[in-house]
Write a protein that binds this ligand. Structure first.
Ligand code: KG4
Ligand code: ZN
Length: 317
């Protein structure tokens, strides 16, 4: 079964081709450089760049996979959630291909795709609990079987990556803020600043607006009082607060649902402290932990293809 998958929900346009659930190609065009000067993703610019880029991404994915268009059996694409202009470009490309080739077209959920990134190179047993952390999402999902997604908790305001990006800009760092904070936090390894954690809304839900505003206010106060800022330690303190907060919630879910596997996904999973604490937590609770390789953690079409593969198998039964 040959699947062509398209992911275009935010600022990446990606096309992947999978043969019987194995990734043959996964081409990603990232727009980070173009959005950098605005300090974040500009939705209108993202859709315009998708229009410019989809041709070569599609061509490269087909060439690298070494298959002919006529050999494709299904087209799958991200239909939600995401930036509406970006999603529409992906949908139009997917629909055009499916109509031209006269093959079925399948709309898929982006968050479920992030969970399935862990299934690309691993045999995962159920139940499994996934923590998805990215620029747009912070969510804990329980899976009792393939395609059974139960959202245990999610952010009620900002996503963790968004919080890193916004605080980093106020710290004078460049977009994307996550890698920038991660890098300088390693120089410090010392928590000199007290970053306020949000009040617990409920067991598994998150709130990052308190951490964001608290951090920005603290930066302002230090500036006003002309206190010298230890930027590296500030990065460390902020990162530690965010990471411990998500791991605490994840551990609660792990203790309650006793999964066989725990999965970390989304772009923020590149964070060194998050990876360490995630693995430590899994070890202490004696469960297997999976962090997909970086290419499959950030937005990519291979994860959508993997989700599509499982969905099609189920539909065929
Ligand atoms: O999954 P992703 O590529 O796109 C979205 O769907 O949002 O995630 C991008 C996010 C950005 O907010 C970026 O700052 C964050 O992931 N990120 C990191 C690190 N690398 C990327 N956050 C913390 N530490 C990192 N090393
Ligand atoms: Zn994403």
């Amino acid at each position: 079964m040959n699947i062509l998958a398209i992911e275009s929900s935010c600022d990446e346009f990606s096309v992947a081709i999978l043969k019987d659930g194995k990734v043959l190609s996964n081409i990603i065009s990232s727009q980070i450089e173009q959005h950098k000067e605005y300090g974040g993703v500009v939705p209108e610019l993202a859709s315009r760049l998708h229009v410019q880029n989809f041709h070569w991404v599609l061509d490269e994915a087909i060439i690298e996979a070494g298959i002919k268009l006529e050999e494709l059996n299904y087209i799958v694409y991200t239909s939600n959630p995401g930036l509406i202009g970006s999603l529409i470009i992906g949908k139009i490309v997917a629909q055009t291909l499916a109509q031209y080739l006269k093959i079925p077209l399948l709309p898929l959920n982006h968050l479920h795709g992030h969970v399935y990134s862990a299934f690309i190179e691993n045999d995962i047993e159920f139940p499994a609990v996934a923590l998805i952390t990215s620029g747009g999402h912070t969510e804990i999902i329980l899976m009792k079987d393939h395609l059974e997604f139960e959202t245990l908790g999610q952010t009620q305001d900002d996503a963790i990556g968004e919080c890193f990006d916004k605080v980093a800009i106020k710290m004078g760092l460049t977009y994307p803020g996550g890698p920038a904070i991660d890098k300088i936090a390693k120089i410090s390894n010392e928590s000199k600043y007290k970053i306020p954690k949000p009040r617990d809304i409920n067991e598994y839900d998150f709130s990052f607006s308190g951490i964001k505003t608290g951090s920005i206010n603290l930066l302002h106060k230090l500036k006003q009082s002309k206190t010298e800022l230890d930027l590296n330690s500030f990065a460390y303190s902020f990162q530690k607060t965010c990471v411990e907060y998500v791991i605490e919630k994840l551990e609660k879910a792990v203790k309650k649902y006793e999964p066989k596997f725990v999965i970390l996904g989304g772009g923020v999973s590149a964070n060194s402290m998050l990876r360490n604490k995630f693995q430590e937590m899994a070890k202490e609770n004696k469960i297997k932990s999976i962090i997909p390789k970086h290419e499959y953690c950030t937005d990519n079409a291979a994860m959508m293809g993997m989700l599509g593969y499982r969905t099609i198998i189920k539909l065929r039964k």
